[in-house]
Design a protein around this ligand. Structure first.
Ligand code: ADP
Ligand code: MG
Length: 226
């Protein structure tokens, strides 16, 4: 469970200060499937980065599983990131010279996992995301949807409890987007907490809870009844 209380974020200093988040209160339970919606520039990515320990708030408190995150030290954030979250982005961010197995396994290199174990875990995840027949392909030999599946497999490789995706379908056509959203639904059904950012209603509709943010404030938070 994550609990954000009165979170603010201000970028820059002095005359260049840009206040972006203004007192966000948000609790997300394990196993939820949440979509965060809102116009461009409203602070969605900033909020996601704080939720996923890529960045720290300017003020406010963040509790994860009942424990308050004590400090904004990068080493602490990195540890929380590695232990709890997998990130997916609109732009895929793949290593162009590495095949799909190596791309999926890349986070494990830094974690010191042996090569055999890395390959075996990457293969299992590629099968899981429907790319069992694309193990040796390079990124430029894959479609956008396939690249995003690789990115999702990579986000799962540390076995995180929370999957965060910032505009994961932003670069995909609507059919492919639907397939990717079905994959997130499946992962949520299997127990992952899934949080996505999108500005498309049809994409948000896959989630079970939709949060709207405007100018750095939550303006709506509703459960989807299906
Ligand atoms: P969204 O994802 O909803 O489009 P962002 O969280 O990316 O919004 O950005 C919110 C606001 O914060 C924007 O005005 C943006 O220009 C500003 N911003 C984002 N990142 C930075 C940064 N690193 N430094 C300064 N301003 C930033
Ligand atoms: Mg954004």
């Amino acid at each position: 469970m994550m609990k954000l209380s009165n979170i603010t974020k201000v970028y820059g200093k002095g005359a260049l200060e840009v206040p972006v988040l203004h007192g966000i209160d948000l609790t997300i339970e394990d196993g939820e499937f949440v979509a965060i919606m809102g116009p461009s520039g409203s602070g969605k990515s900033t909020l996601m980065n704080i939720i996923g320990f890529l960045d720290y708030p300017s003020s406010g408190t963040y509790e994860l599983n009942g424990e308050q995150i004590a400090s904004a030290k990068e080493s602490i954030l990195a540890k929380l990131r590695n232990e709890h979250v997998g990130f997916v982005f609109q732009q895929f961010f793949m290593f162009p010279r590495d095949n799909t197995i190596k791309n999926v396994a890349s986070p494990l290199v830094y974690a010191g996992v042996s090569k055999g174990e890395r390959t075996s875990r990457a293969k299992d995840l590629l099968v899981k995301v429907g790319l069992g027949d694309r193990m040796k392909h390079l990124p430029n030999q894959l479609s956008g949807g396939q690249k995003q599946r690789v990115a999702i497999a990579r986000a799962l490789v540390n076995n995180p409890t929370i999957l965060l995706a910032d505009e994961p379908t932003g670069a995909l056509d609507s059919n492919t987007s639907e397939q990717i959203m079905k994959l997130f639904t499946q992962l949520n059904d299997e127990g992952k907490t899934v949080i996505i950012v999108t500005h498309e209603e049809e994409i948000a509709a896959y989630a079970k809870r939709i949060i709207t943010i405007k100018d750095g404030r939550i303006t709506d938070d509703r459960r989807v009844t299906s």
